[in-house]
Design a protein around this ligand. Structure first.
Ligand SMILES: [Zn+2]
Length: 99
């Protein structure tokens, strides 16, 4: 595993490692921290249920789960929270942490 060296490299790797099933109904997302492939697979219609349980990257050992927050007026926010592992590199977006 090689960590990206820049935001540009990170974003290119994220794009390259995002895989949709042939029917486009499920997606395998890369690690949100190091962008290596195979972080989590979810049905498009069940993205909240699947990602709220969390996943851990087998390359960098960082974990992430989502937290859905319902605001007023039907506005829903999806927050990404880092659950474990070391701080991500400066190229990756900074996430809230569980602890
Ligand atoms: Zn990773």
């Amino acid at each position: 595993m090689t960590e990206p060296k820049s935001r540009k490299e990170y974003e290119e790797k994220l794009r390259k490692n995002t895989a949709y099933a042939n029917d486009k109904l499920s997606c395998t997302m890369p690690c949100p921290f190091c962008a290596e492939p195979g972080f989590a697979t979810y049905r498009i219609t069940e993205v909240d249920e699947t990602l709220s349980k969390g996943a851990v990257c087998k390359y960098c050992f960082r974990g992430m789960r989502t937290l859905k927050i319902d605001h007023k007026h039907g506005v829903t926010e999806m927050r990404f929270i880092q659950t474990e592992g070391p701080e991500p590199g400066p190229y990756a977006p900074e996430l809230d942490r569980d602890s």
